[in-house]
Design a binder for this molecule. Structure first.
Ligand code: M6R
Length: 588
């Protein structure tokens, strides 16, 4: 949600650089965009509802500019509500991520003092309050600090001052990262990959920190006291990061195709950290998996893997529910948080609460330097590389691969775990080589369907849920995943002639019972799309997924991702940017 990019330096095409940065950040999801630039001492703003248009936008020469992609919270999606917002003097510009919960009270006072508001946003309140503080005699940095201390809620702001050509940034939530460019230039963004062309050295801004950024320096201060602090510079290895789609038309397809390489990387590189996690699990009083959305389905799959392979019980909760289930957490409990972005607010909140209870927090996270990465006591990086499509694909299968290995390591069968993942690799490669035209044809047959049901049992149950979520997210077809044993408890009432039903039928102990579920659907007229190791007479369509023991869930997922992707293409939607969705859900 809300991409942020700011440049101050000596290059005189700062607005173009900011536009390019915002384009890289488009994957975060947004509904409007805007850029503030300083030209001849005056701030001018270009902002619009909708997507950033293709091609060049003509900007005047400037060496300082600040941009934002907005995901609306307060106020509709309009040009006026898009960021940046200016103060009455037009000497200050602000961009903001988060919600200023007490904005209404502050706004009443500012209006009484004569400030003119042009938008319905909470953000605009902030810039007028800063203006008021400056008029009261405070220097710019102090004016921002004192205003920010008045805001309730979790927020990140960056303010540009025309007079001093300075940015001041402050945050209590939402990610911000600063980078030192080459020579006299500095940058700030919501995500490190947006700065990939400028630097590999970053400071990830901490909550409660205030930054002052000019072309010459970056300084950090304590937000509450104003005391200067040290910055913690970190080098980032960009080996797996890339901001372009390569030969693929969409990031989603590119990321689907990257999965074999990622699984191979995990098998070959990450064992010591997983062994460490396994030891921690064995020592803990209880283990809890917590995550949201797709990551939560990986966590759910983890409960099956732990039970089946490692014979261990783990608890599981989606982030937003975890707070209602943590009364029995104590010192010695272990919480494993799974997240692609490491910024999902419900996961961050959950681990804050877990830490208050004395639990140890392990993160399985894809983004280095993210909030979760920094907050966790221990972390394993997923090594899936930057995931740009809003719909999570490769981060999900990377999580599955780690959980499979972890389960095998817990049962002292590390080598077997690796062999099982190798099988998943072969099966996924075969699928990507041989099944795509088949999957495209199935997508053509399903394109006009209003509902799709997805069934699975055991390990395939979380995969059925994930398959349905992927279809919903990118094709906007209503899809419902369920345990096939639940069919008779209600959902089968909805089946009529031609209702599509995707059935995951791996070669495991669930096969017979799951097939029975598919038969019940078929007997009532459903069209069965069997995702299985072998064809069956009840299948109307068949996607072959070779067996890889418990890791069959990886190629099964890839089959479902491809089907979702081609359904989106058939319907003419952009699978990388589904409507209403943001890549990182950083507000409640
Ligand atoms: O970044 P996270 O893994 O924490 O994100 C969690 C969910 O918001 C995310 O998986 C979401 O469900 C995706 N849109 C799924 O494709």
């Amino acid at each position: 949600m809300c991409g942020i990019f700011g440049y101050v330096g000596t290059k005189n095409n700062a607005s173009d650089l900011v536009l390019e940065g915002l384009r890289i950040l488009e994957y975060r999801g947004y509904d409007s965009w805007g850029i503030a630039q300083l030209v001849d001492g005056v701030i001018s703003v270009t902002k619009k509802a909708g997507r950033i248009p293709d091609g060049d936008i003509s900007f005047k020469a400037t060496t300082i500019a600040l941009g934002h992609t907005r995901w609306a919270t307060h106020g509709e999606v309009t040009d006026q509500n898009a960021h940046p917002h200016l103060d009455c003097t037009q000497k200050l510009a602000i961009i903001h991520n988060g919600i200023i919960e007490n904005y209404d009270k502050i706004k009443v006072n500012l209006k009484k003092a004569g400030h003119k508001f042009l938008s319905e946003t909470d953000t605009e309140v902030a810039i007028h309050l800063i203006e008021k503080n400056i008029k009261a005699g405070n220097p710019f940095r102090e004016a921002v600090r004192s205003a920010f201390n008045e805001f309730a809620g979790l927020n990140a702001i960056i303010v540009m001052d025309a007079a001093s050509k300075t940015f001041v940034a402050a945050k209590t939530g939402s990610p911000l990262v600063v980078g030192r460019g080459k020579g006299k230039e500095n940058l700030i963004a919501s995500d490190a990959p947006a700065l990939i062309n400028y630097t590999d050295t970053f400071h990830f801004v901490e909550d409660g920190e205030l930054l002052e950024i000019t072309q010459d320096s970056i300084r950090a201060f304590d937000q509450k006291t104003g005391q200067e602090k040290n910055l913690h510079w970190q080098k980032v290895d960009w080996k797996f990061a890339s901001n372009d789609k390569g030969k693929y038309p969409h990031f989603m397809l590119k990321e689907i195709h990257e999965q074999p390489t990622i699984i191979e990387t995990i098998v070959n590189q990450s064992i010591p950290s997983i062994e460490d996690l396994a030891e921690t699990i064995l020592k803990s009083y209880g283990t809890y998996l917590v995550a949201c959305g797709t990551a939560a389905y990986a966590a759910l799959a983890g409960t099956y893997l732990f039970s089946k392979i490692a014979r261990r019980h783990v608890n599981y909760a989606v982030g937003s529910e975890f707070g209602y289930q943590l009364d029995f957490l104590k010192k010695g409990s272990l919480v494993i948080a799974l997240s692609q972005s490491g910024e999902t607010i419900d996961v961050i909140d959950a681990i804050k609460k877990a830490k208050e209870k004395g639990a140890l927090v392990y993160a399985l996270v894809n983004v280095l330097g993210s909030t979760l990465y920094r907050m966790a006591d221990y972390k394993i990086l997923l090594m899936a590389g930057a995931e740009k499509a809003v719909a999570s694909t490769k981060a999900f299968t990377a999580k599955l691969a780690y959980l499979i290995l972890l389960s095998y390591i817990l049962s002292s069968q590390k080598e077997k775990g690796k062999r099982v993942l190798q099988k998943a690799l072969s099966s996924t490669n075969r699928l990507l080589q041989n099944e795509i035209s088949n999957i495209k044809q199935i997508a053509q047959k399903l394109v006009n369907k209003k509902h799709i049901y997805v069934i699975g049992r055991g390990l395939a149950y979380p995969i059925a849920l994930e398959a349905a979520l992927k279809i919903k997210e990118v094709s906007y077809i209503h899809a419902e995943g369920m345990a096939s044993g639940e069919l008779k408890h209600g959902p089968i009432a909805l089946v009529e002639k031609g209702t599509p039903c995707i059935a995951f039928l791996p070669d495991d102990e669930t096969h017979g019972a799951n097939l029975a579920g598919a038969m019940e659907m078929s007997a009532r007229g459903a069209d069965i799309i069997g995702i299985s190791f072998q064809p069956h007479e009840i299948f109307d369509y068949f996607i072959r997924v070779d067996d890889a023991r418990e890791a069959t869930i990886i190629p099964e997922t890839v089959a479902a991702q491809l089907l979702a992707y081609y359904l989106a293409i058939e319907k003419g939607f952009d699978p990388d940017k589904p409507r209403n969705l943001a890549k990182s859900v950083v507000v409640k």
